[in-house]
Design a protein around this ligand. Sequence first.
Ligand code: NAG
Ligand code: NAG
Ligand code: NAG
Length: 804
Amino acid sequence: MTYQRTVVYTYIWLGLFIFIVQRAYGDVSYSIPEELKRGTEIGNVARDVGLDLKRLAARKARIDTEGNSRRYVDINLRTGELTVAERMDREEMCSEKLSCVLNIELMLENPLELHRIVVEIQDINDNSPIFPNALIKLEISENADKGATFRVDDAHDADMGLNSVQNYVLEKNEHFVLAVRTNDDGGKYSELILDKELDREEKDKMTLALTAVDGGNPSTSGSVTIHITVLDANDNAPVFSQGLYKASLPENSPLGTVVIKVSATDADAGINGDVTYEFSRISEKARKLFSLNQKSGEIVVIGPVDYEEESKYEIRVQGKDGTGLTSDTKVSIEIVDVNDNAPVIFLKSLNNPVPENAPPGTEVGIINVQDRDSESNRQIHCSIQQNVPFKLVPSIKNYFSLLTTGELDRELITDYNISITATDEGSPPLSSSKTVQLSVADVNDNPPVFDKQVYIAHVTENNSQGSSVSSVTARDPDWRQNGTVFYSLLPGEVNGFPVSSLLSVNGDTGVIHAVRSFDYEQYKDFKVQVLARDNGSPPLSSNVTMSIYVVDVNDNSPQILYPSPDGSSLMTELVPRAAQAGSLVSKVIAVDADSGQNAWLSYNIVKATDPGLFSIGVHSGEIRTQRDVLESDVMKQNLIVSVKDNGQPSLSATCTMYLLISDNLAEVPDLRDMSSEDNGSKITSYLIIALVSVSTFFLTFIIITLTVKLCNRRSPRLLFDGAVAIPSAYLPSNYADVDATGTLRSSYNYDAYLTTGSRTSDFKFIRSYNDGTLLADDTLKKSSSTAEELFGLVDDGRSLPQVT
Ligand SMILES: *[C@@H]1O[C@H](CO)[C@@H](O)[C@H](O)[C@H]1NC(C)=O
Ligand SMILES: *[C@@H]1O[C@H](CO)[C@@H](O)[C@H](O)[C@H]1NC(C)=O
Ligand SMILES: *[C@@H]1O[C@H](CO)[C@@H](O)[C@H](O)[C@H]1NC(C)=O
């Protein structure tokens, strides 16, 4: 406000005041606008009160201010004018009071005079409207309805009346209009009215200028900025990025594997835009396998995922914002098969045990193989190990037949562990195996087999009855009774007697016993057949030949055939006087029923009339002259000859040989002399007869012997082939085998020495020492009459069968 203006106002006011003062006697009142300049004249108080100007100073006129110490007004003592002493601000002095009055007193002395002066201070528009804050912040929800009102702070104008705020003006905008209203106290305030709905998502902030205008002239104004923040209203549901999420997950994925992440966005802000996720529809099974992170939307594996259990899961996921708006989406999880199941082998049937004679190609079992995986992971190959006579043949679907491929032999392999391996085609492939135990059942397919092809036993003659002779063993590899061997003797005859009368066999052990005592001189050897039979059904058997050789014992003493041992006959050899040294004179002939050494005879002259004249061949028995016969030699010569065999101990016999040294029979009387020692005199004719008979006897003996030997033996070997003619044959046949070193062979050859006459030999039955020997028993029962007959012979003594 310029000073000029002030002056103009002042005069207007003055005219008004003067009118008032004139009507108010005692007291004087003035009305002045506020904010006058110091020294400005308010009014001439002296004149108004009627005071003498000249006496003002004398009477010490002065202004007193009631109470207040501040002096706003002064008096000019020279002119009597009241002036402004200090700036007067109505707002400061009276603030809100409607009328602002300054009461002062004019005091005069001499005499004391007191005049009340009232100075009314008039408001001028010296203040602009002011808003309390420079910025008004409003937060308005975007879903506020049209017509909603929002009060804003009033502006304040320190001035009064019209000078105070009279109006508000709002910057033009799209959404709000302004309503100006009056308070009860007359003050003006404004409200924003929503004219058009807000959309935070479109525009979330607005700045508007609001101006307050007072009614002064000229008017003043004050402005404020209104910041409007559009608050979000949850008007948007979350929106998923995909309507269908597809994921594939290998089975057996480790816990914590992220399967897929769903994501939904919400256009709203703050809590209204915070989306949380949850399953809205999920099977119980899937709930155990998957979990959903509420915040991130990640679906994570929390359990064992098994393709074989479920190959596909469908889940609905809901997205929800802070105030509950939702939407949902579908998640489809395909489980990818992993080759995690090994094939499983089932044995559906098994023919156990399988008989060993099952032909190749026999089906022994059926196998089923299963794999829970899919596609190539469930394609299966089956195999069995090498080196077993079995094979697998694929049958329908996953069935396999187990067949034999070759002959089975329980005696070679009793049990098979057939290892079946099944492998699938996965990558890497899985396999499993199963062992099938298969036994081979026995079939009686092996006959007993004897340890040896031929058994040879040597039995010393005169053995005791029941003594064991030998034993046979046969083995049968079959099982149990199919392999249990029993022994028996095959029926047969030895020289017309059943073998059971000679031998018996222990059925269980195969030990062979002599049923009777053997006589070498009766049986030198014989053969029996031993049968071994198993207990199978039907039984199998085999037989073997056992040769029994009876071993000679020196139980026969030498038998002197010539000269006659009893010496009853007068047998005298003639020795010519002309016989020279070395001439064969005679021969002692002896035999021994034994054989070998036991029959190897040696001859010795035990006693002689003239010991120097005759000698005897140790083994030939030939008596020869040792020297030429002399005239002086005694005519009658006697020799006592001993014949010994070579047995241990040796047996012997003696004989006496009568020799007559003479050239003719004329000397027969001497013979009488010679024989007179025994019988007295004999005539020459007797002698001749004797000589002839001796010669005849000797010849007959040789012929008979030869005939017998040739008839009974195929072997050309003869015990004695001729006494004189072949002296070397005197040695028993086995001694002919003396080898170059001169030692005898340890093995002897025995000749069967049986003649037809041996039927008369005695047989002695004994009660079988072994009741199991059926052969002996049977024989006893069946031929009891024969047995009795035979028993009758038992005590006949053991007369030796004669060889000749
Ligand atoms: C078969 O397996 C069983 C048990 O594993 C074993 O006792 C037996 O000796 C095996 N037989 C063969 C022939 O390998
Ligand atoms: C013996 O063999 C027969 C067939 O020859 C068979 O049936 C039987 O079972 C076998 N016995 C045993 C004990 O194996
Ligand atoms: C004894 O064995 C032979 C051949 O080994 C056979 O031919 C014969 O029949 C058998 N005898 C008996 C009685 O079994």
